[in-house]
Design a protein around this ligand. Structure first.
Ligand code: SF4
Length: 217
């Protein structure tokens, strides 16, 4: 699929928790010239990682798979690898360790991603209390004072919900700013709509209500 997309002139990106990313898969992704790879490491202890991702995730496997990937990649340019850590209640004191791991393994970019919990997700209130502490809220507030550049995500992606609703970024978990629906119209037509163009511009300029607490760059 990666090769096919490349042949059609499309850029390719995979986001993974790295649990199944063994040597064979790493080699295949590199040989197929994947453009971007996001590997998620949401903590640096087994406890914080499994509290957030569930019991199936194993810290040592994730770390070892990332090390294997970076060894195989060596000096090759592709894929551009981002180590992403979703900031939450459990990993606040471990962010530096995750960053150091990224530096040690020559990862291209380390990114602390803001946590979002869709209001329509099951047990919303419970999850909010568990993952989003007062301490994290305060940290978010002080981060809001930092002026961020425009957001590039709407240039890199488009999000489609299970109902076919199209949004300009994957953080619009409730499809608040849906710009069309793939079950009723084509993506080509959606791109031409005023609604899409305006929402896209507002997203780039961080002017949507969903952008208020977002640190993505
Ligand atoms: S700043 Fe806005 S458009 Fe950009 S990723 Fe965050 S929510 Fe999406």
């Amino acid at each position: 699929m990666i090769k096919y997309a490349n042949e059609k002139g499309l850029s390719t990106m995979i986001s993974t928790n790295a649990m199944l990313m063994d040597e064979k898969i790493c080699k295949e992704m590199i040989e197929a010239e994947l453009d971007y790879l996001i590997v998620c490491l949401d903590g640096f202890s087994q406890k914080s990682l499994e509290s957030f991702r569930g019991k199936g995730i194993k810290l040592e496997t994730v770390k070892s798979n990332i090390e294997i990937l970076m060894k195989i990649k060596g000096k090759k340019k592709k894929p551009f690898v981002t180590l992403q850590c979703i900031e939450n209640n459990y990993n606040l004191s471990e962010l530096k360790q995750v960053e150091n791991f990224a530096i040690k393994n020559n990862i291209n970019k380390f990114h602390v991603k803001s946590l979002y919990i869709g209001t329509k997700s099951g047990n919303y209130e419970k999850k909010l209390g568990e993952f989003f502490s007062e301490k994290l809220k305060k940290k978010r507030k002080s981060n809001m004072k930092i002026k961020l550049k425009s957001c590039v995500l709407p240039k890199q992606q488009i999000a489609v919900t299970y109902l076919g609703d199209v949004c300009i970024c994957c953080l619009d978990l409730n499809a608040t700013y849906k710009v069309g629906n793939l079950l009723k119209e084509s993506l080509r037509d959606i791109y031409k709509k005023k609604e899409y163009i305006n929402t896209y511009k507002n997203g780039l300029n961080r002017k949507l209500s969903i952008c208020i607490n977002c640190k993505n760059d």
